[in-house]
Design a protein around this ligand. Structure first.
Ligand code: PEP
Ligand code: MG
Length: 583
């Protein structure tokens, strides 16, 4: 038997599965290149119309199935939108009528333009958009070229398919075949395919170096989407280990489900408000799935970036109101667009900046493009009639910055009133604390704002002057640096003076090691990633009076090793859980 090997990749979707490697040949159809004669025009146009109709019908009937998840619905609806886009349809028709392309070539070249455009943006969100177009193109090509509608019909629960790239509809088909895990050479964690894999519980590991050289067709594999490992030709010991791990995982899932309806409180009885961070509207169904207190951060810029046109007030109103309605009476905290930095949109022409993170970002960008902000605020004001909504502004530098943003909010309400459009102005307005100056002004901000929310991701970046996306300086990006902790504590203390609620929504709140520290510092509201939700909740439930004492008596005017000692030694029993590893 061949030797066992542990291959390390990146875990994209959690889960464990055993099975046989099956390379998926990207069965790209050979596109005929011939031009057609005028007498063939009608027949080719009819083929196109039939393919479009059948594809729309297929998607609509998927959408009506009972077991379709919200994430799947969102993606299928995007594909349906592409299939009904009048401009695209017109281009398809003219590729046949004017350029005399055969129908397959017309589809191929018309979609190619959109795909190339999104690829050229070199941004994950656009790459996702390109993947959506490629997916729809393949659906249409399969129709006009009579390709196998299910290229995975040979796969079963024992198969571990290996893809070069995977599309969202591939993931849907895998799920229908009962496939439990797959490997992708390329797949980013924020792609639609990754989102669907997580929603459909299909484990995925991506980016394994030299995959094709190491794993051969038919090899026996264990895929561990949690650790990002693939075990090639596992020996008996490894099989036993993973069989146990699978059992433990099932037990943890059962245990976590038991946590769903328990109070989120510490051993001393302090209730902690545990909300969710989301970036896509379809993630709203996680609120009831996990029983979170609501949404503590909805990063609206993702919604914005993935569109082909600036989302209109009406479009945004529909999205926000549906989300608020779905989770009512729980709260949906909408952060206004945090554009700039690494989040730029092709829809708004912007001058390149030497230091984008110190430039036109967050509220500065919105104030520089007031129409954009006004459209969003008016949509939110209207949506607030459908549920409980809070608004928060990103990258606020001080109280004047906040008051300027609030003034615009109030004038949007006045405008809606003057137009006789129904809205609700009962919207708490808060600010993110992401810049040291905001933390140092947190007394004035706490006085003016209805709530504060600490964005530790940026607070760390700006306090320690370390680019959060620059791998080469990542050793300086220390979230529990005493300077950062002092700013967090100052914000908590200042807010308490004015009874202003403070939430912590940066990544720190999703890291189990930091929970006893944050609770000990007095945090009562956390907003976390869905994948960390139950983990964080179980640590909260383990915190006792001793945690408060230890942290309260700790002097943060100290060196980093002392804080390391506090976090990684003294507070360890509260977050530690027996974790075994196989090596
Ligand atoms: C933060 O900075 O902590 C935050 C939550 O905002 P983002 O990560 O979107 O910049
Ligand atoms: Mg931020």
């Amino acid at each position: 038997m061949s030797k066992m090997q542990i291959l390390k990749g990146i875990g994209i979707a959690k889960g464990l599965a055993l099975g046989y490697a099956t390379y998926i040949k990207t069965s790209k159809p050979e596109i005929p290149s011939h031009t057609i004669g005028k007498e063939e025009l009608d027949a080719e146009i009819t083929k196109l119309e039939q393919a479009l109709d059948q594809s729309r019908e297929e998607l609509n009937s998927f959408l009506q199935q009972q077991d379709v998840s919200e994430s799947e619905k969102e993606i299928l609806s995007t594909h349906l939108e592409i299939l009904t886009d009048p401009e695209l349809i017109q281009n398809l028709n003219s590729a046949i009528n004017d350029e005399l392309h055969n129908v397959a070539k017309a589809i191929h070249t018309t979609f190619e333009e959109a795909i190339d455009f999104f690829h050229s943006m070199e941004n994950e969100i656009f790459a996702q958009r390109a993947a959506d177009f490629a997916d729809v193109r393949m659906r249409l090509l399969r129709k006009v070229m009579n390709h196998d509608p299910n290229p995975f019909s040979e796969l079963n629960t024992d198969s571990i398919p290996i893809f070069t790239e995977i599309s969202p509809s591939d993931v849907s088909l895998l799920s229908k075949q009962g496939v439990c895990a797959y490997i992708a050479e390329n797949c980013s964690a924020t792609s639609h395919a990754a989102i669907l894999s997580r929603a459909l519980n299909i484990a995925c590991v991506a980016h394994i170096p030299e995959l094709k050289e190491t794993v051969h067709e038919g090899d026996y594999l264990i895929v561990d989407g949690g650790s990002g490992e693939v075990i090639l030709n596992p020996d008996d010991e490894a099989l036993d280990f993973y069989a146990q791990k699978l059992q433990i995982q099932e037990l943890i899932e059962q245990k976590q489900l038991q946590l769903k309806n328990t109070e989120c409180q510490t051993k001393t009885g302090a209730l902690i408000d545990l909300a969710l961070n989301i970036g896509l509207p379809e993630e709203i169904d996680l609120v009831s799935k996990l029983n979170s207190s609501g949404v503590g951060l909805f990063r609206t810029e993702f919604l914005f970036i993935s569109k082909e046109q600036l989302p209109s007030e009406e479009e945004q109103y529909q999205i926000y109101s549906k989300m608020a309605d779905q989770i009512a009476p729980k709260t949906l905290t909408i952060r206004t667009f945090d554009m700039g930095g690494d989040k730029l949109s092709h829809l708004i022409p912007t001058k390149p900046e030497a230091n984008p993170y110190l430039g036109n970002r967050g509220i500065r960008f919105s104030l520089a493009h007031p129409e954009l902000l006004r459209t969003q605020l008016k949509a939110i004001l209207r949506a607030a009639k459908h549920g409980k909504i809070c608004i928060m502004f990103p990258m606020i530098v001080d109280v004047d910055d906040f008051l300027e943003a609030k003034r615009i909010f109030l004038s949007c309400a006045d405008e809606l009133y003057a137009e006789g459009i129904s809205y609700s102005a009962e919207i708490p307005i808060g600010t993110m604390i992401e810049i040291p100056s905001a933390a140092l002004s947190s007394d004035a901000l706490a006085r003016e704002c209805d709530f504060l929310s600490i964005g530790t991701n940026d607070l760390v970046q700006y306090t320690l002057a370390v680019d959060r996306n620059n791998e080469s300086v990542s050793s300086y990006y220390i979230q529990h640096h005493p300077a950062v902790l002092k700013l967090i504590r100052a914000t908590l203390v200042n807010a308490a003076k004015y009874n202003t609620p403070v939430s912590i929504c940066g990544e720190m709140a999703s890291i189990r090691e930091y929970i006893p520290l944050l609770i000990g510092m007095g945090a009562t509201n956390l907003s976390v990633n869905a994948s960390a939700f139950f983990d964080v909740k179980s640590v909260i439930q383990r915190c006792d009076a001793k945690v408060n004492m230890i942290v309260k008596n700790f002097d943060f005017s100290t060196s980093l090793p002392k804080v390391d000692e506090l976090v990684y030694r003294t507070l360890k029993p509260y977050y530690e859980e027996k974790k075994e590893s196989y090596k």
